[in-house]
Design a protein around this ligand. Structure first.
Ligand SMILES: *Cc1c(COP(=O)(O)O)cnc(C)c1O
Length: 385
């Protein structure tokens, strides 16, 4: 089976991890800040806080922005559940904003309409979390303008998007947002095994995320309530978590960061070949905005169900039995039984529903060879004549 995505680990990656195993530090030592620095400087953000997953980083970001019970957090339904769960960990309510049918990203029109209504109802969100689906940025300038007008904070879920660009600037520089989150899960563009990172230009948010990452414990005497009674002294000043990243993860992450540009340009080559060789079939691609340089975490085809005589299920099963490890990103989150408590029904989301009815993710990863990509293309052409 040719998978839809997979990690690419070379000898330098292995050596970096082995070096850490022979060192004095296995968890959060000198390599974690080196990884943080590498990401911050690549994306052009001032501060970076690593954690054990993007899910943890999303939680830290919501906490740092003061999300709590009684608050509303809005995100995209076409995402992994983590984009919404972070709000629920803080006791907040979640609402979803419909997507743009051509890109699968949060629709600016739908967001503006929901905000106008929420202003009247007194239910404006504290935080909005746009998700850069498949690695293409949402229209952050438009979202930033709405954030200024309505007074909400913005966390970009850029789990798919490290190495991508928006309007000629790297995704992650927080130009139109408060915090940007990256994931280093093995299937993402670069990996640390498991891992996440929050970047921000706001020193106070950075300090809070660093504090809450490690139990809310500080050794900074200025931040303490009491006077230290000895050199062993530390204080827990609020309730935090153990969300620390290990040195092993950071070493792999650092080594992978050196390869990021190559990974993303290879993903672009693969995308060009798919667009060329699959055009004319009853399918379309996610539209790439003129200002976007995607990181291409995923490559999604959208079936033209009027032109195929097969259902999406048949196409999916035939691709799988042809040895192509296709997948579906994503089941709209409001469809999950555990999200039905928020009372948003499928009929509120015509575009997310249309997307869900048609989308299939086909293999996209830097290590996909030209020969294997040809195999994928010929199976697709056979299934969708
Ligand atoms: C993968 C992913 C996450 C969660 O990442 P982890 O590092 O696995 O916690 C969050 N949001 C989106 C959109 C993702 O794809």
């Amino acid at each position: 089976m040719i998978p839809y995505g997979r990690q690419d680990i070379n000898q330098a990656d292995i050596d970096a991890v082995v070096d850490v195993l022979k060192s004095d530090w296995l968890t959060q030592g000198p390599v974690v800040p080196r990884f943080e620095q590498a990401v911050a400087s690549l994306v052009g953000a001032r501060y970076a806080i690593a954690s054990n997953s993007a899910t943890s980083s999303l939680h830290l970001a919501c906490l740092a922005l003061g999300v709590g019970s009684g608050d509303y957090v809005w995100t995209s339904p076409v995402s992994f559940v983590a984009s919404a769960n972070c709000a629920r960990y803080c006791g907040a309510s979640v609402a979803f904003v419909d997507v743009d049918i051509d890109t699968g990203n949060m629709s600016i029109d739908a967001l503006a309409a929901m905000l106008a209504k929420a202003e009247q109802d007194g239910t404006l969100p504290k935080v909005v979390i746009p998700v850069h689906l498949a690695g293409q940025s949402c229209d952050m300038e438009a979202i930033g303008a709405l954030a200024n007008r309505y007074g909400f904070s913005v966390i970009e879920d850029a789990s798919h998007a490290i190495g991508g660009r928006y309007k000629d600037q790297p995704i992650g520089n927080c130009r139109f947002s408060d915090i940007v989150i990256f994931s280093f899960h093995p299937v993402k563009v670069v990996t640390s095994g498991e891992g996440g990172m929050a970047v921000t230009n706001n020193e106070r948010l950075a300090e809070r995320m660093a504090l809450l990452r490690s139990h809310g414990i500080t050794r900074d005497t200025d931040a303490m309530k009491n006077k230290p009674d000895g050199p062993w002294y530390y204080e827990q000043i609020e309730l935090g978590y153990n969300y620390r990243m290990t040195e092993l993860q950071a070493a792999l992450g650092c080594s992978q960061m050196d390869r990021l540009a190559g990974f993303v340009s290879r993903r672009h080559e693969i995308a060009r070949v798919y667009e060329d060789r699959l055009s004319g079939l009853p399918l379309s691609f996610l539209r790439q905005q003129p200002w976007s340089y995607s990181a291409y975490h995923l490559f999604v085809i959208m079936l033209d169900l009027e032109r195929t005589r097969k259902s999406r299920l048949e196409v999916f099963e035939q691709l799988r039995s042809g040895g192509i490890g296709v997948n579906l990103h994503y089941i709209p989150i409001y469809r999950q039984p555990d999200f039905q408590r928020f009372g948003q029904l499928a009929e509120h989301f015509p575009n997310a529903e249309a997307y869900y009815a048609r989308a299939i993710s086909i293999p996209m990863y830097a290590g996909l060879t030209a020969e294997r990509q040809e195999e994928v293309i010929s199976v697709i052409r056979g299934v969708l004549p």
